[in-house]
Design a protein around this ligand. Structure first.
Ligand SMILES: Cc1cc2nc3c(=O)[nH]c(=O)nc-3n(C[C@H](O)[C@H](O)[C@H](O)COP(=O)(O)OP(=O)(O)OC[C@H]3O[C@@H](n4cnc5c(N)ncnc54)[C@H](O)[C@@H]3O)c2cc1C
Length: 573
């Protein structure tokens, strides 16, 4: 998603921006508050480094907000021979199930298989790197079996993840009766999914801020240039520009990495991102048809297709199209048609209509420059390039990096920075619980006990919402809610004081920050006019908005929902 441009009346300077501006220096400036910039920020802050992160929009609003929500070992990367990436991805997947269990859960994944032998030659050949850049037309059972057996050996984590299983047509259709009856087999294995990625990104940011009083993460602050005084920043709320001198600058701007380097005075051609879109459907029959699993396969054109239940809706994705990061990525009508065709293939008896689409989203993958290689086979691994700025300070650019590997990537990037600073690594982030995972109850019984100890003043439904949204941080939120009068918003999904909590503790600045990234209201199709107005009103007092400003902020959110997420104003009204 490119950054929002709607003109906003100037505001007072935020205290943390003022602190950074008045200090005017930091050991490290990280540009970009997507998951990879945030993971690097957290890692550096935990080493005691004074680090400033700037994000021109909201945290987690770029490629980070556009993912398929999978935390996966990368079954497909095996086929491309990217064994390092698979090894790291499965380690991180298994680790995230332990260090972020409030957001990352096991995901049972089923591949429908229509033939026995297709792709048998092409698949292993590519593992052996004989056919790099080309792809098979279809995966048959034999090649999927070989792939999953290999994947099992890579990913079972001493047996804690179940082995894959293959089932014939009859038993597959008994379990998933709505599947296309033309299937010959299904293959089922386990990966993981992150149910609220932007919230996990916030937890990573908060860990960094809490680790070290000299670390600051600022949203709505943009890096616009570079000179001998350091990185030139612009506070997008006040319009004020200021410098921060740094020993090392990290460019973690995702798909916009070349554009940021250009703004810093250095021409690079590292990036070649591709656009991917998703739609979200409110269709109970389709939801039931998934049987609670992700249905995952590679379409004949090589694109990965996934259909799975999330927050009571069905997520369908994704596409893989060449894209220009200067333009805002949106899901087009052609992409919607493509998704509908696929749904017709997988679940031919389940009716799906356009008015069941409650939300769409799209983003650009921060992939490396890839000439004429087919987008689907471009390496998903990351690399780091070090260049020099005009002041002589090193600029470290990140190229690539998936959601799944953010913790390991943050540590690798931080090691590079520590090397440049001549500073030691104090702690590893491997295995360290993230945010609301600290003290998160592991079993159902512990969860019930924990909720009754910390959340008992709230209704059962609110308790569940807060646990899903904050993990063990829900106890802090409940205390904040109890300290004043409160009223619910959008049924039990949110409350006025909770919005205030998000402003005071999670840097929420706009209505869209709350609707899109700190809650799943937009994803679930619940961001109607009344919800927008109530959220806006709850934000007005703590942020000092007058009536005109409140109207402006609500319209701005409506405009974002309409232009980027296919939520029409008439529907939201
Ligand atoms: C369609 C799609 C599906 C995906 N599915 C998965 C999946 O299922 N699993 C998985 O592991 N990965 C997935 N990914 C990949 C993953 O989402 C991204 O690789 C990851 O989120 C990239 O994070 P990032 O921090 O590097 O980039 P971003 O999230 O894009 O962050 C970069 C940030 O830099 C900011 N910025 C840019 N310029 C400036 C500037 N001058 N000053 C300040 N800030 C600036 C931007 O606003 C942006 O927020 C998917 C990606 C896409 C697009």
């Amino acid at each position: 998603m490119a950054h929002s441009s709607a003109a906003t009346p100037p505001q007072d300077e935020r205290p943390d921006v003022q602190r950074v501006r008045e200090s005017g220096r930091a050991s490290v400036v990280v540009i970009g508050g997507g998951i990879n910039g945030l993971a690097t920020f957290r890692d550096l802050a935990m080493q005691g480094i004074d680090v400033v992160l700037v994000e021109r929009d909201d945290f987690g609003s770029g490629a980070t907000a556009a993912s398929s929500h999978m935390i996966h070992g990368g079954l497909r990367y095996l086929e491309n021979g990217e064994l390092r990436l698979v090894r790291e991805s499965v380690h991180e997947r298994n680790s995230l199930l332990r260090i972020a269990p409030h957001f990352v859960r096991p995901l049972e994944t089923t591949i429908p298989v229509y033939s026995t032998w297709s792709g048998l030659i092409a698949g292993p050949m590519r593992v052996l790197r004989h056919q790099k850049g080309k792809r098979a037309t279809e995966r048959g059972a034999a090649i999927i079996k070989i792939g999953l057996t290999l994947y099992d050996t890579f990913s079972r984590d001493n047996g804690s993840v179940p082995r894959h299983r293959f089932q014939g047509r009859k038993s597959s259709l008994e379990q998933l009766p709505a599947l296309n009856p033309a299937i010959k087999y299904t293959a089922t294995y386990f990966d993981a999914s992150v149910h609220s990625p932007e919230r996990l990104a916030l937890d990573v940011m908060l860990d960094g801020q809490n680790a070290n009083s000299n670390s600051h993460a600022l949203n709505y602050v943009e890096a616009v240039g570079f000179d001998t005084d350091g990185v030139l920043l612009r506070d997008r709320e006040t319009g004020r520009k200021f410098h921060v001198a740094a020993d090392v600058v990290v460019n973690a701007s995702g798909p916009w990495t070349d554009l940021t380097n250009e703004a810093l005075g250095r021409k690079t051609e590292f990036m070649g991102g591709t656009k991917g879109s998703h739609i979200v459907l409110d269709n109970p029959e389709l939801l039931a048809a998934t049987g609670g699993r992700e249905i995952f396969f590679e379409h004949q054109d090589g694109r990965v297709v996934l259909v799975y239940p999330l927050h009571g809706r069905v997520l369908v994705g994704t596409t893989d199209l060449e894209a220009d990061p200067r333009e805002v990525a949106v899901c087009t009508a052609a992409e919607v048609d493509y998704f509908f065709d696929l749904l017709g293939e997988v679940f031919p008896g389940v009716p799906v209509t356009h008015d069941q689409i409650v939300f769409t989203y799209s983003g650009i993958r921060p992939l490396p420059h890839h000439d004429d290689m087919a987008p689907g086979v471009v390496s998903r691994d990351y690399r780091i390039e070090v260049g020099e700025s005009s002041s002589g300070a090193p600029v470290v650019s990140l190229i690539g990096g998936k959601w799944t590997t953010f913790r390991a990537l943050g540590q690798t990037l931080s090691d590079k920075v520590l090397g440049l600073l001549g500073a030691p690594r104090v702690v590893s982030t491997d295995g360290v619980a993230i945010g609301g995972a600290v003290g998160f109850p592991a079993t159902d019984a512990e969860r019930a006990e924990w909720m009754s100890a910390h959340l008992s003043r709230l209704s059962d439904e609110r308790q569940t919402v807060l646990m899903e949204r904050y993990g063990s941080r829900a106890s802090d939120v409940a205390m904040f809610l109890a300290a004043g009068t409160d009223a619910n918003i959008g049924g039990m999904q949110l409350s006025q004081r909770e919005v205030e909590y998000m402003i005071r503790n999670e840097s929420a600045r706009t209505v869209a920050d709350v609707i899109l990234r700190r809650t799943n209201l937009a994803f679930m199709g619940l961001a109607d006019a009344e919800v927008l107005a109530t959220v806006g009103t709850a934000m007005a007092e703590p942020l000092g908005w007058n009536g005109a400003r409140l109207q402006h902020e609500i319209s701005r959110c409506e405009e974002v929902l309409e232009s980027r997420h296919t939520v029409s104003r008439s529907a939201s009204a």
